[in-house]
Design a binder for this molecule. Structure first.
Ligand code: 13P
Length: 350
């Protein structure tokens, strides 16, 4: 099956009332782990690469791995997504490689650190939307700013500093025409999101619900949504790691989000923890081993287990075979004719 667009996956998820996990990839073992989980749970897949991943793996290696995954798994729809594009050029280069979806994170300036103004965000995102939609490619935008830093991208600080204003979210969706909208509700990238189980004072599900009420047709995206389970922290620490105790986003809060318009859920940290725990275990228990396969295989299995659990919890399990892929040229024609125009003012007219 050719790669499908993220827009199609999210439209289908909205029809079915479920969410789709977007899992970060940097190497062969990670895409294999995602596909193992997708086969086991019969799930559609969003694989995503940050700029850091593209640099680490080299663009062509990484993209060919995704193509291999699609070729080897013809029954599973896969969208390949640029995570946190920092500029028009980054998005353009991902589209040139064959990515079927890009995130233009205009909430930060091109340095990937400094919060931008609302108008700067609208301008660069709109430019990417025009370019991508002409080619049938999906665009995710971000309004509000996530906390923390991931792969060198992020404003740092707490997730509470730039919570999304629901009225601004509506204006942003209307002026940019993004297919999916990432919002800031107190989450941050990385392991250290909350210093106790989050409640409504730090995880603003009320803001998410308010945005969904104003934008009922818009696909919302939760970033920084690893749950950072204690079991994964404990394995890392049991075998010599030094993680401080921390809390992520509870799965039940993500499920509440899914009931309120969340269609894409970004998960990276949980997989990093699973991989690191599995590798540390082999190193600690079998220090005589030196064949990378001896620790990469359990690492891959540990990640597949986490991904399969999330696919089931987000509700995407069982939905891989629901639909045939829409060719990207047809998506381009749909944007051109207006039938796929995602602007909220057109909702109900399509
Ligand atoms: P986590 O660090 O919570 O896994 O978030 C990943 C993410 O949002 C990637 O964009």
């Amino acid at each position: 099956m050719p790669l499908v667009t993220m827009r199609q996956l999210l439209d289908e998820a909205a029809k079915g009332g479920y969410g789709v996990g977007a899992f970060n990839v940097n190497d062969m073992e990670q895409i294999q782990a995602i596909m193992m989980a997708a086969r086991q749970t019969k799930s559609p897949v969003i694989a995503q690469a940050s700029r850091g991943a593209r640099a680490f793996a080299e663009d062509l290696y990484l993209f060919k791995l995704i193509q291999a995954a699609a070729e080897l798994n013809p029954d599973i729809p896969i969208a390949m997504h640029q995570d946190h594009g920092n500029s028009f050029e980054t998005c353009k280069s991902a589209i040139a490689l064959g990515y079927t979806s890009v995130m233009m994170d205009g909430s930060l300036k091109e340095d990937g650190k400094t919060p931008s103004t609302f108008d700067e965000n609208v301008d660069v995102t709109r430019r990417v939307v025009d370019y991508a939609h002409e080619r049938g490619v999906t665009v995710e935008g971000e309004i509000g700013v996530l906390g923390g830093v991931e792969d060198g991208h992020g404003a740092g600080g707490s997730g509470l500093e730039h919570i999304t204003d629901p009225d601004q979210a509506v204006e942003f969706a209307e002026r940019t025409g993004v297919d999916a909208l990432a919002i800031a509700i107190g989450t941050s990238h990385g392991a250290y999101k909350f210093n106790k189980k989050p409640d409504g004072s730090v995880l603003k599900m009320d803001v998410l619900i308010a945005i969904h009420k104003r934008l009922p047709q818009t696909h919302l995206v939760m970033h920084g949504s690893s749950s950072v389970p204690k079991e994964l922290q404990d394995i890392v620490n049991e075998y010599g790691g030094k993680l401080k105790q921390t809390w992520g986003v509870p799965v039940e809060e993500i499920q509440l989000g899914i009931r309120n318009g969340v269609r894409k859920i970004n998960v990276d940290t949980d997989n990093r923890l699973a991989i690191t725990g599995a590798i540390r275990k082999v190193f600690a228990e079998s220090p005589e081993k030196f064949d990378p396969r001896d620790y990469l295989k359990p690492a891959r299995e540990a990640m597949a287990k986490v991904v399969a659990a999330r696919m089931t919890e987000f509700g995407q399990a069982g939905h891989a075979g629901d639909y045939a892929p829409i060719p990207i040229s047809e998506m381009a024609a749909g944007y051109k004719s207006g039938s796929l125009d995602p602007r909220p003012s057109l909702a109900g007219t399509r």
